[in-house]
Design a protein around this ligand. Sequence first.
Ligand SMILES: [Zn+2]
Length: 71
Amino acid sequence: MKCPLCGCVSFYIKDPDDEYETYEFAWRDGNVEFSADVDQDSCPELCDDTEIFCDQCSWHGETQALKDAAS
Ligand SMILES: [Zn+2]
């Protein structure tokens, strides 16, 4: 999956408890790969209704919207 606007595969999600805390990840072969500096123990779970943000442009939306765009 990739960004419907710019084609980038790098995204991030925001901590629901702290909007300034972000967790970066990339889609690789359909799998979510978090950056090496992301603490996976404190990272929120990525669900279909999780809002994700493109790392390269202003696109953001729910994970499900990206899946729909990819299919
Ligand atoms: Zn983008």
